[in-house]
Design a protein around this ligand. Structure first.
Ligand code: IVH
Length: 676
């Protein structure tokens, strides 16, 4: 009965609470650390609710180790200082294979014996923290600080689901060190929410993790899905220490910590160098950011003999990747007019070096994005480069503002032709209204028309396109087909022979597949894939022109927005004139149904890996597809051809294992045939 709980009942409640805490922590561990839940969310919630209820009824049984405390608690006034009895070290860096080999050679020479075994661990770009457990219970969580003095952030680390609140079988005093980080997806979600609330955006997952961990109000930390990977031990009292780094990682995981499943044990410096290099390509595929990999000499005995210089152990080193972010000044915002008339802002930057390349320009998406991120001219901005793509402006460093920055406003007239611009309701893009004679649109349209995925007219590059438009020899792509040799000779210092080549490549384009012709027209929202669908579905230009808006919007995988855009394009006089010119010139206007079995590469299955010099991945794949081949994502026994470019991934290794023939770019071109 309420209010009359006897001693025995209290004992029962205590036991039930303890049992629930254990169960909940166990399921937490299954879910967050092992990624292998055993019960449903609803079952978990039921346990959690029961515990919450019992703890509320019996405040005297509250405990900081309870999983209910993971949501965070009362705000602090400030952080207390924590002294790390064993300093938290940092790492020396290697940026090249030579530096990595030099580090190894130095260790070998100091030890006067070979060093063969290393662990290789992804270097997560987060924050180092120390977790002290006393008799199996989390006692203090602290930041690294300067390595000796950190901040006590215990309530905050308690909210991290991959940090065990209690551990079993551990020495009486154990300090575990590792990295707190925020997964990329969580970072993006937090920023999306901030954007909706009109709050300034975070620049990268690391800053966000740092900001989240140093909240005085741990309830805020509790709302951020931070995670923790354990990688080292500090204090360890009351049991023998593991003899190698690898055993120590295994021990940590046996205690219930999450260690990185991508950690590996490596033999020999050659393998170490090779693995470090291949990690660089894999970094974008991870669900968290890494800025390098950490190599550690495995044997503890060797580690102790080597010791440290200052804060850097001689037995470990970080192989650092080129940074993907840098800061620089945004000098101005320029406008580029696209082929469909969209005004695309781009960043003009104070030149800055990033990953070995000097960057002067970067993309900015659209006007709304600039305002959403509150990017102002004159701001110090963070730019980011990922893989091969154009660098992007991520956002401003608001703390560096001087007050002299200017807000950006979209021009009201087209910077290319001076015509008024419009921004239709609900659209992100501002557009030039002059689709007839705007030189920028003419140029972009022509460049698209001659590009590889379209008419593939190799004799006409960007330079010649610009000259042809300026000389008014070409107003729209249809005019290419009426060019004459005399008009070309002398243009841009062109000789007779080059002029003949240009005309021959224009002539050669007349027999391109119908889908390429559709793509070449430059219809808004229509790329290679949609062009293929339209060519298959309608079969000829006549049928496409005769299609109603409904027929177009109801075509499978086309949909209303694209369908509407195609319909409007095909009912605009200027575009009809272009189509008429193409038709009169003899450009292919229908789909030729080739039996796929007759194509030269029918029945083959191709996989591409690494970068080719003369082809983008899309172009190379399109080429072999045209010849009847299929494309595979991964190398399997069914794969017939593997094309390997520069910096290939693991697919190349897999092909070797399966003893498949591997082609380089020249061999690929020989089989796939150069463009006619
Ligand atoms: S070991 C014994 N291992 O990198 C040396 N550090 O520049 C102590 N880090 O402060 C560090 N992943 O924040 C080590 N697997 C890993 C790591 C790692 C990330 C960070 C850590 C440290 C910094 C050193």
């Amino acid at each position: 009965m309420a209010g009359q709980v006897g001693v025995e009942d209290v004992q029962d409640v205590r036991e039930r609470i303890e049992r629930l805490r254990e169960q909940i922590e166990y399921h937490n561990y299954r879910y967050h650390t092992l990624d292998a839940p055993e019960i449903t969310d609803a079952e978990y919630d039921a346990l959690f609710q029961e515990l919450l209820h019992l703890e509320r009824e019996h405040p005297e049984l509250a405990s900081p180790d309870s999983p209910t405390q993971r949501v965070g608690g009362a705000a602090l006034e400030g952080f207390a200082e924590v002294t790390h009895r064993i300093p938290m070290l940092s790492l020396g860096n290697a940026f090249t294979p030579e530096q990595l080999r030099a580090w190894h050679a130095r260790a070998v020479s100091l030890l006067d014996r070979e060093v063969e075994e290393f662990t290789l661990e992804p270097k997560i770009d987060g924050l180092a923290v120390s977790l002290l457990y006393e008799n199996g219970r989390l006692f203090v969580g602290a930041t690294r600080g300067d390595g000796v003095h950190g901040e006590d952030i215990t309530p905050n680390v308690r909210t991290i689901r991959t940090v065990p609140l209690t551990i079993k079988g551990a020495p009486s005093r154990l300090e575990v060190r590792g990295e707190v980080y925020l997964p990329k997806a969580a970072f993006e979600q937090i920023n999306n929410e901030r954007a909706v609330q009109g709050l300034p955006l975070y620049l990268n997952p690391r800053n966000t993790a740092a900001g989240s961990l140093r909240q005085l109000d741990s309830r805020i930390t509790g709302q951020r899905p931070l995670a923790f990977f354990a990688y080292a031990i500090g204090l360890w009292e009351g049991a023998p220490l593991p003899q190698t780094q690898w055993e120590m990682l295994e021990q940590l995981s046996a205690f219930g910590f999450k260690t990185n499943p991508r950690n590996s044990l490596v033999h020999g410096i050659d393998e170490l160098v090779e693995r470090c290099l291949s990690w660089e390509h894999d970094r974008d595929r991870l669900e968290y950011e890494i800025d390098g990999v950490v190599a550690k000499i495995n044997g503890r005995q060797l580690q102790e003999e080597l010791g440290s210089v200052g804060r850097e152990p001689r037995w470990a080193i970080a192989y650092k990747f080129p940074p993907v972010q840098a800061t620089t000044m945004l000098r101005d915002i320029g406008i580029n007019v696209g082929r469909t008339g969209s005004l695309n802002p781009f960043a003009i930057l104070e030149p800055v070096k990033l990953a070995g390349v000097v960057i002067k320009l970067a993309s900015l998406h659209n006007e709304e994005d600039i305002h959403r991120k509150d990017i102002r001219i004159g701001d110090t901005v963070v730019i980011q480069r990922a893989g091969e793509v154009i660098p992007q402006v991520i956002g401003p460093v608001v703390s560096k503002r001087t007050g002299a920055e200017r807000e950006f406003a979209m021009p009201t007239t087209c910077p290319s032709c001076g015509s008024p611009v419009v921004k239709p309701e609900g659209e992100a893009m501002t557009r030039c209204t002059n689709d007839e004679t705007c030189p920028a649109q003419q140029f972009e349209g022509l460049v698209h028309f001659v590009s590889r995925g379209a008419m593939d007219i190799q004799g006409v590059g960007e330079k010649l396109a610009a000259v042809l438009i300026q000389a008014k020899l070409v107003v729209d792509p249809g005019d290419l087909y009426s060019l004459e040799k005399e008009q070309l000779v002398g243009l841009d210092r062109m000789g007779e022979k080059s002029a003949e080549n240009v005309l021959a490549s224009i002539e050669g384009s007349k027999t391109r597949p119908f889908s390429r012709v559709i793509n070449a027209l430059g219809i808004r929202h229509v790329g290679e894939r949609t062009a293929e669908i339209l060519a298959d579905r309608f079969g000829s230009m006549d049928r496409l022109l005769a299609a109603s808006a409904e027929e177009l919007t109801e075509t499978d995988s086309v949909g209303p927005i694209i369908g509407r855009s195609v319909y409007e394009f095909l009912h605009t006089p200027r575009n009809l004139r272009i189509i008429a010119k193409l038709r009169a010139a003899g450009v292919n206007m229908e789909q030729h149904h080739v039996e796929r079995g007759d194509l030269p590469l029918a029945g083959t299955l191709w996989v591409f890996t690494g970068r080719l010099e003369r082809w983008t991945r899309g172009e190379a794949e399109a080429r072999v597809k045209e010849l009847g081949a299929s494309i595979g994502d991964s190398v399997t026994k069914r794969t017939t051809h593997v094309v390997v470019g520069a910096d290939p991934g693991s697919k190349a290794q897999r092909a070797q294992q399966l003893k498949l023939s591997v082609l380089d770019e020249d061999e690929f071109e020989r089989i796939a045939g150069l463009p006619s």
